[in-house]
Write a protein that binds this ligand. Structure first.
Ligand code: PRX
Length: 644
């Protein structure tokens, strides 16, 4: 058995099962030495920490590396300049395959980030300010995040598919003074006018003083005098160097919104040092990235996967990371495979929804391309079903590239449970084992930890890890209520999981009212709120049901006030309402107009029944005797059968 000391030098890269077992043991018996060793050896600090971990269980506050001073961009960029200045940091691939790609070296990235940082400062941004970023997947998006981090401003990226109302609520929640956007965006054959969405949002955001607009599509947009500025023009006179702001370890790096099961989205706050240490460490190990490899994650930077594993994790490791502006189906369903061949991608990280959609196409789209460069395949965002797992393994990895089924969340900041390729034997549909430093637990409904293997329960994490979200922006009580109240002193993930006979974890899905649709986390309550605003609607209940491609799709059970309306028109109007209040991703696949909902005597909707009926499990509805009106179930079954 290796001692902590003996492992120290090679700590960072877990490249054998023996080492995994040792590190896992050490990280649990002495987490502080474990993380401080990793932090000390692999990053550049302006000042080291005074205390590794300060954990106040009563108040649910966690601080890592307190007292340390740093700037994450010095770790992502500056420290690589001497040895890797000319190495490509970012390869940008356009939506349009005929448009030239950009190969941005670390040196060039440094200049672009510094210039953008100066633009932010010239426009009044300073340390601690929140800046909303609403951009398509163009290089300016990654440059904007890093520029915020350079000056200590807190970025709040909003996925550029969200509606004006969703953008406005996120801007207002975080009090953003500045917005960075573009005139428009390309998504496959579509051209979207992002600036007009921002303009609409800003009608309800009086605090925003400045909007910086990148030119991507040459759209004719309205520029509001005194507020809106073209980014290119601002950049043209910005200086090329900008001293990095000195940040405390626990200074917020960013806010990123995630849906909750109730109410408005939660702005998860991630802080500087812990996020840096954990995303770098997990990227290195989960992808076994070696110098010279080309890494590609197909997520959007608007989601946590993009933050941690397109941008920060790869750059912290001096990697080459691909940013792809387009979609898997444009100009045809071979686009992903074409890009892998074009750049000889070594690690490829995508979502089960994309895998399922691509597996449904002619296999020639795959077989036309040389995919032999692939060493590791990743999956993230939702459970990967067995069929998709095998298709990915057989046709893309040719059974030679291990699949890392990575389980994690916006809240966890980094990958928590995942195989380490070439170290952990994989098993279809299993995320397998926790990374070193992560202590999962399965809990029963009485709040007791379930010991032993071959069991199932609710997934919690017992001990803090460096990249955990520290709070919900502006609402620490909501953070406590959502994550630390169900099981005292433990982080509750909201997911159910099972542990097999050897201790491998398989995530079975959400146990709350969040539905993962095409890998996107959607709370049902905000969708219901949107629908209930329709004048013809009295009440609604939204649930998720299994869908071949999307993993889950949404169904709405709606009671009408006005039953004289044409149902088809109503369905369209309801989906349009959802689209404009949240975004097209939250649209309902099925809408059932019903005369009642299955409610308990205390008025609670038994969504379990709606879920089972929608999943065609009519025979297995469980106890319905506590319902106020059990006869409503028959009506619901009839309505659902009409569309099955
Ligand atoms: O239910 C789990 C599911 O996605 C949720 C987190 O969503 P989000 O915060 O948007 O982050 C997605 C990207 C990290 C989880 O609570 N999920 C994520 N990865 C997996 C997964 N479910 C099963 N298997 C996974 N590998």
């Amino acid at each position: 058995m290796n001692s902590l000391k003996a492992l120290t030098d090679s700590y960072y890269n877990v490249d054998s099962l023996e080492k995994y077992i040792d590190l896992n043991r050490i990280s649990q018996s002495d987490p502080e030495s474990f993380w401080s060793t990793i932090a000390e050896r692999n990053f550049s600090w302006r000042k080291k920490w005074d205390k590794v971990l300060d954990w106040n269980k009563e108040e649910s506050t966690v601080k890592w590396f307190e007292g340390a001073k740093l700037n994450i961009t010095e770790n992502c960029i500056d420290r690589h300049l001497a040895s890797k200045g000319d190495k490509t940091a970012i390869i940008w691939e356009s939506n349009d395959p005929t448009e030239a790609a950009q190969h941005i070296s670390y040196k060039e990235l440094s200049i672009r980030v510094n210039k953008m940082a100066n633009v932010l400062k010239n426009n009044g941004a300073k340390k601690g300010d929140r800046i909303c970023i609403y951009l398509p997947m163009i290089p300016e998006l990654s440059v904007a995040l890093l520029a915020c981090a350079r000056i200590g401003a807190i970025h709040s990226v909003v996925f550029a598919g969200f509606s004006a109302a969703a953008v406005a609520s996120r801007i207002n929640d975080a009090d953003c003074k500045m917005v960075i956007t573009s005139d428009g965006s390309y998504r496959g054959a579509k051209k979207l006018n992002l600036k007009s969405i921002v303009d609409e949002a800003l009608e309800n955001c009086p605090i925003v003083e400045t909007v910086l607009v990148a030119n991507r599509t040459n759209l004719d947009v309205e520029m509001k005098a005194g507020r809106d500025r073209w980014l290119e023009k601002e950049l043209s006179y910005a200086e090329e160097t900008c001293e990095a702001e000195e940040m405390d370890a626990e200074d917020p790096l960013f806010v990123l919104y995630t849906s909750g099961s109730t109410g408005k989205p939660k702005g998860m706050v991630h802080t500087t040092a812990g996020y840096m240490v954990y995303t770098a460490f997990s990227f290195k190990n989960v992808f076994q990235y070696k110098d010279g490899d080309i890494y590609w994650c197909t997520a959007d930077i608007g989601w946590i996967t993009g933050h941690s594993y397109i941008l920060y994790g790869p750059l912290l490791n001096g990697a080459t990371t691909i940013i792809f502006e387009g979609v898997p189906s444009y100009p045809d369903y071979g686009r992903f495979w074409e890009i892998i061949e074009k750049y000889k991608v070594n690690q490829f990280y995508t979502a089960p929804t994309a895998i399922r959609a691509l597996a449904n196409q002619d296999i020639d789209f795959v077989n036309k391309h040389d995919l032999s460069s692939l060493k590791v395949l990743g999956s993230v965002g939702e459970p990967i079903n067995e069929e998709a797992w095998h298709w990915y393994n057989d046709n893309i990895g040719k059974k030679k590239a291990p699949i890392v089924d990575t389980w994690w969340q916006t809240e966890t900041g980094g990958i928590m449970i995942s195989p380490i390729p070439f170290v952990t034997p994989t098993k279809p549909t299993f995320a397998t084992l926790p990374l070193p430093g992560i202590q999962p637990a399965l809990m029963d409904e009485e709040g007791k930890e379930i010991q032993g293997n071959s069991t199932a329960g609710r997934l919690c994490i017992k001990f803090p890890w460096p990249s955990m979200a520290r709070t919900v922006y502006g609402d620490h009580q909501r953070y406590i209520d959502t994550y630390f109240s169900a099981y005292k002193g433990m982080y509750f993930t909201g997911d159910g999981a099972l542990r097999d006979e050897v201790g491998y974890y398989r995530i079975t899905g959400r146990v709350d009212d969040v539905v993962i649709v095409s890998g996107h986390n959607l709370g049902t309550a905000p969708i219901e709120n949107a629908i209930n605003e329709h004048p013809a609607v009295a009440e609604s209940a939204i649930i998720g049901f299994p869908h071949d491609i999307k993993g889950n799709a949404l169904a709405g059970f709606i009671i009408l006030k006005d039953e004289t309306r044409n149902p088809e028109n109503l369905q369209k109007e309801i989906n349009n309402l959802i689209s404009s209040s949240i975004g097209p991703i939250a649209k309902l696949d099925r809408i059932h107009f019903v005369s009642g909902l299955p409610k308990t005597r205390s008025g609670k909707i038994m969504r379990r029944i709606l879920r089972k009926v929608s999943s065609n499990e009519m025979e297995n509805l469980g106890d319905t005797s506590t319902l106020l009106d059990p006869s409503i179930v028959d009506e619901i079954i009839e309505k659902v059968k009409e569309v099955l």
